[in-house]
Every structure is written in structure tokens, then in C-alpha cells.
Ligand binder design. Sequence first.
Ligand code: NAD
Length: 504
Amino acid sequence: MGNGIQVRDRFADGAQYIGGKLRPGTSGRHHDVVNPATGETVHTYELAGTADVDAAVAAAREAFPGWSGATPAERAEAMHRFAAVLAEQADDFAYVESLQCGKPIKLATEFDVPGTIDNTSFFAGAARHLEGKSAAEYDGDHTSYVRREAIGVIGSIAPWNYPLQMAAWKILPAVAAGNTIVLKPAEITPLTSLMFAQAATEAGIPDGVINIVTGAGKDAGEHLVGHPDVVMTSFTGSTAVGKRVAEIATSTVKRLHLELGGKAPFVVFDDADLEAAVNGAVAGALINTGQDCTAATRAYVQRPLYDAFVQGVAALMETVRLGDPFDPSTDLGPLISHAQRDRVAGFVERARAYATVVTGGEAPGGELAAGAYYRPTLVAGAAQDSEIVQSEIFGPVLVVLPFDTDDEGIRLANDTPYGLAASAWSRDLYRANRATREIKAGCVWINDHIPIISEMPHGGYKASGFGKDMSSYSFEEYTQVKHVMYDNTAVARKDWHRTIFGDR
Ligand code: NAD
């Protein structure tokens, strides 16, 4: 691909992918995809309206009998080809992801794109391993077994922080299990979701199995969630919007899978490897410019290591290179938009009244002034109940607080409404093991923070939502189990009929 002009060519037919074809939206409203590193418009497209959502749902509904009726091997084969097509186009995907998000190209190339290809390969294989519990004659007179079935048309909504990976996490388990899907990406970052669906078509996945509607949350999003032909809503985004989505989905009696916000704690016990913890905190806080629902956001450091940790993190943050996302040496790109940068800066400015900004706390000037950049920021001295400790900031900001006892460290780690991910740092097996048991989060890392793998589930506790992405556990969301029961007696008048007519 190579530059913004070619992106315009690629999506000249529109930014709705319905029934295997690109077409324009019909909302009458246009939206600009902006490169946040420069403020330049990359592409302008017409947003989806409710009629586009209806068309996409109809296409998915039409494709459902064929796709759900295909053998697991047939679905797996198509998905293996899908992974191969993605691998061939890996550079294009990395380029466009970087362009629409301002993501450093090394992150897109080494994390987003290979992660997505691996996820596709994983679900191609997993399509052949849908399991039910064993069949048996539980009451002696019947044989019971469980069928695990696809459920129908899934309506999914994704955020802007990892557009390609979020599209993959929503689409892959759904289609591997035999469902068809309509995905609404965030309107500011639709391009790689569209490319993903196009690659599926190129690989031979039938038209209508994967549809993309690129519209605004309020109209296209809510219409998709409430649509009578959509059987399940799978949403990844903020807790605030998740609550609204839940209301609509519940009122239309849909299955619901919510992957919501996070405020991950990073607990450093006093026997930890300090250098490892410092490196882990900076990488864990700054990944994707901190716009990561599992990013390290609250470091709790046991008193003996506290001062050295603060100094080490501040010094390392100051070495991180902000710059042009397409420069392979750039470590940190801009935030997704100027509005998001200003939102992050607002949290830090308000915190100055009650805490200390140890490093960062400003936007860089010079060549980067036109982009939505913000320096890596460490805030110390905030109270546990302050806004900067409790609220999801979604930017390159780490808050650090001391603690004295192990009990206190774990209590503070659990003291927010969120529970998506956490890490604990210790060389003591018993301390680490206690942290894994007692921290209430969907993932607890020991002596690392961030790595994810296709084989393992990702999902929240508490206000971070429910349901799992990735791994075979995600099939629990995207399939329904049916009890099938055969009579084995072949008698016309069964023993239990006496409860309804006559005696024994
Ligand atoms: P957001 O909630 O603002 O938007 C997410 C999606 O919802 C977008 O596609 C948006 O258009 C749509 N939307 C907005 N209003 C809607 C409505 N009323 N009805 C239906 N859809 C609507 O979130 P965001 O700002 O795009 O992303 C950041 C958030 O996502 C953060 O809170 C982050 O923690 C969360 N996130 C969570 C995970 C996870 O796995 N738990 C992963 C990535 C991001």
C-alpha cells in the first residue's frame, strides 16, 4: 500500500463491507479518518446508517445456514487460508494500522499484526475442537448428550485502541463456531477491520459471513445491538458505553459479552527484582501509548523499594523516544486523537493539586507539536481515593503509591471498580501465589505485565465485564449447548407416566 492516497483508492467504493463487497454508507454523514501523528486526513467516508446495519444483518442471516452447516474441517480449512492471506498482507496491515492510530510501526509489525495472524491460526484449529461433556445413560433409561451449536448472527462492537486485534478477537471465535457476524468498529479507525473482512473473502470465506458496518455508536451501534435478528451482542469498549449496550441487549433478550475498561494494578513486593520491575512498569504503562485496557496504571511498591522504583521509572521514561510512528526507532506514538490527548492532560493537570508529577505531564513541542503526543508521565503522592488512582485515563500515565504490609498491597490492588488485569512482582513463591489467588482480575501476571497468547482467555472481573475473548473459553460465549435425550426402553407407557395418568 504505502501512502494515504492508496488508502483512499482502496476504499473508494465505500467503507461498509456487506455481503462480500465494499459499498458506501447511506447515513448522509461523512467522517474523516485522521492520522493523529500529523493531524492530516487519511480518508473520508460516509458513515453507516440504520439501513446499512439492516442490510449487513440480512447478509449475515442469509449466510448463516451454509456456514453453520459446513463441517468443522471445511471451516478450519477456510480459516487456515485466511491466516495465510493475512500473512501475505502483513506489511499493508501494519502500515494502515499505524496510519489510522499513530501506532509505532514496530508495535504494529511485531505485536498487532502477528498476534492477529496467530489468533486466526489458533481459531482455524479450534474450529475442529468444539466440545461437549460426555454422553451417558444418566438415569439408566435414556442416553443423553450435548450438542454445541452456533447461535446465529452476532452483532459486535469494537474500540479504537487495537482496531485490527479487536476485530479479530470478536470475529474469529464467532465464525470458527459457525456463526456469522456484523462488526461495528470505532468510526475513527475502521480501515484495518475492513481489510480483515476483505482478506477473509479472498481466502474463500463465503460472502455474508463477515460484515463490517462503520457507523457512529449512537445510531448504527445501538441499532445493531437492538436488532431483532441479532442473537448476541459482543462489546469491547468503555464501561460507560457498555452499560448502555447492556440495557439495550437485555431489553431485547440477547446474549451479552462485555469487555470493558481496566485500571490494572502493578504490585511490587520488597523482595522483587527491582530492575525487572522498573522495566516492566515502563513497558507495561506505555504500551500503545497507554491506550491499553490491561496497561499498568497503578504501581504499588512496598516501602523499602519505593524511592528506588520512582527514580528508576522516571529515568527510564525519560529515555523513551517519541516520534514519527513510521520511524522504526520510535518508541511512543501520539494518542489516538487530540481530544484524547487533552482528556489525558486534564487528569494530570487536576492531579497537580494533590500529587506530584515526577516526570512528563506535558505535550512535546517542536516537530511533534501538530500531533496528539503526550510525554510519558509518572505521578506520585496521590491518595488511593483520588481521581487519578481510580479512573481509567487511557494514556501514558503511571501513578505510584507506597505500601507497607502484603495485606495492604493486595487490598489496594483490589480497590477500584475494575478487574481486568494485574501483575505482582516477587521472587517469593508463596507471596506470588497469594497474589494470584487474592487479586480480583481476569489475568494476573507474575514478574511480567502485558503478554497475551491466543490459547489463554482474556476478560474481566467486576466492572471490567464478563465473558472471554481468545482461547477455547470464548466458545462458551459464541455457542449454545443443547441437551439431546433418547429413550432407550422402547416401551409405550413409561414408568414416569403414572404421575400424570393411572397408578403403577
Ligand atoms: P467506547 O466505549 O467509547 O467505544 C467503543 C465502541 O462503542 C465504538 O465502536 C463506539 O462507536 C461504540 N459506541 C459508542 N456509543 C455507543 C452506543 N451508545 N451504543 C453502541 N455502541 C456505541 O470506547 P473507546 O473509547 O473506543 O475504547 C476505549 C475503551 O475500550 C477503554 O475503556 C478500554 O479499556 C476499553 N477496552 C477494553 C478492552 C477489554 O478487552 N476489556 C480492550 C480494548 C479496549
